[in-house]
Design a protein around this ligand. Structure first.
Ligand code: SAH
Length: 213
């Protein structure tokens, strides 16, 4: 598990690419500059790790594109100590970004193979989520609600009601909604039953699937 000067240099270039694409949140950029993304991928993808692209990981899933990770992270407006729920742990890369932003992270993964792999891997790198959970993210995590923010990292055919209900007042849900193509959508909870909704253009994710596997 090496992180060389070459990797660090490539990472800095990636940060510049993200800045040029419009990411401005310094803390998000710093996190991406720090996290050794190449270690979250299979070794055959080492050379690709610092391109702004999604790549396959285990169990037919993908590690999200760095721009997408940065974009979603920015929309969450995380402050240190925020309680954050992530749906779709996958490789754990987004989880690591959330940890570096100072969030107390709860992350749910429905694929057992990935859940096990990432549960072993993240602490080795020093990223300590509050809890990684093997389960179905459609249900959220009622026992830990309410959350300051919730991020969904798979394409949701519809917005799961439990997720809206598990936000604090003022809390933010960032979720890509759609089947083939998803619209990045931000919900801000304004009151018990009031939500403000903002849309941020098209993205592509692997699908949010029901039930755990
Ligand atoms: N944040 C991850 C993205 C992985 S891709 C990363 O950066 O690597 C999306 C992940 O969501 C996959 O691992 C997939 O198994 C998971 N997923 C899909 N449906 C889910 C559900 N209902 N609950 C929890 N995880 C789910």
């Amino acid at each position: 598990m090496k992180d060389t000067f070459k990797h660090q240099g490539l990472r800095q270039q990636l940060v510049n690419v993200l800045k040029n694409k419009g990411i401005t949140n310094e803390k998000v950029l710093q996190a991406i500059g720090k996290i050794p993304r190449h270690l979250f991928m299979d070794s055959s993808f080492l050379d690709h790790a610092y391109q702004d692209k999604a790549f396959p990981i285990a169990a037919d899933q993908t590690i999200s594109q760095p721009y997408t990770v940065a974009f979603q992270s920015e929309l969450l407006q995380i402050e240190p100590g925020h309680k954050v729920l992530e749906i779709g742990t996958g490789s754990g890369y987004q989880t690591a970004v959330l940890c570096l932003l100072g969030a107390r992270v709860f992350s749910i993964e429905r694929q057992q193979e990935l859940f096990k792999k990432t549960s072993r891997f993240l602490p080795k790198l020093g990223y300590r989520a509050k809890k990684l959970i093997f389960g179905d993210g459609y249900k959220g995590l009622p026992e830990e609600a309410p959350f300051d923010s919730i991020i969904v990292t798979a394409g949701a055919p519809f917005v799961p009601k439990p997720l809206l209900g598990q936000l604090k007042i003022g809390g933010r849900l960032v979720i890509p909604v759609g089947d083939e193509v998803q619209i990045m959508t931000l919900f801000i909870r304004k009151g018990q039953k009031e939500f403000e909704q903002h849309e941020f253009g098209e993205f592509r994710f692997v699908p949010l699937l029901e039930d755990k596997n």
